[in-house]
Design a protein around this ligand. Structure first.
Ligand code: SF4
Ligand code: SF4
Ligand code: SF4
Length: 204
């Protein structure tokens, strides 16, 4: 191959590598954004900007969690690399009374002294009514209600005709719900009808 055409080939290769690199970076970023709705922070996490500034990505909270609820995000997400998160549908928070994850955090990114009952990791809601057996009348189901550690307060099965022909609506009191995710994990639908989303100004 002549020298000019080899140089052209090298230049083309370099350009392709840059484009692939940029696309790879963008798709990782996009994936992170797409999954952001599912991602919950540990109990006691400061509001997101303060949390990101305080968390030193040490992973001590993840190691301390006896239920394997917490994970550390990798370079591909679903949160900022090295930060702790959990996905309720996979493994919810068991609301440990002694909150081991918070106790080991060396920086206060997870608020020291948090009482687990005061945690507000997110809030549950019946996001997909069409999937809910009770709401559509396909069957009577109260799996989410039964799974809730605060059933009767954070969640109740409100009785009455629904828009889709059912007779019961799982109804969450956002002021009481801790965002533990037990209802989402327990949801009997193939894809959860009730889901927990992080609160934008989450505190605790
Ligand atoms: S409260 Fe318990 S289950 Fe929940 S994240 Fe902390 S250590 Fe894990
Ligand atoms: S223990 Fe605290 S500082 Fe360490 S990863 Fe967990 S939240 Fe971040
Ligand atoms: S997230 Fe679900 S299970 Fe947990 S407190 Fe809220 S309604 Fe109850």
């Amino acid at each position: 191959m002549s020298m000019p055409s080899r140089r052209r080939l090298l230049r083309t290769g370099a350009a392709v590598a840059v484009v692939v690199g940029v696309l790879g970076w963008r798709s990782a970023g996009e994936r992170r954004r797409r999954l952001a709705g599912d991602v919950l922070r540990p109990p006691g996490a400061l509001p997101e900007p303060a949390f990101l500034a305080s968390c030193v990505r040490c992973g001590l909270c993840v190691d301390a969690c006896p239920f394997d609820t917490l994970k550390l995000a990798g370079v591909e997400g679903p949160a900022q690399p090295g930060t702790p998160y959990f996905i309720a549908r996979r493994v919810p928070c068991e609301m440990c009374r002694d909150v081991p994850c918070v106790r080991v955090c060396p920086t206060g990114a997870l608020s020291p002294g948090l009482r687990i009952a005061d945690a507000r990791m997110g809030v549950a809601r019946l996001a997909h009514e069409e999937r809910c057996f009770s709401f559509t009348g396909a069957a009577y189901c109260e799996a989410c209600y039964r799974a809730c550690p605060l059933r009767g307060r954070a969640i109740r099965m409100a009785m009455g005709p629904t828009r889709r022909g059912g007779r019961f609506t799982p109804t969450v009191d956002a002021d009481v719900c801790t965002g533990c995710g037990k209802c989402e994990q327990a949801c009997a639908a193939a894809d959860a009808a009730i889901t927990v989303t992080a609160l934008p100004g989450r505190q605790g």
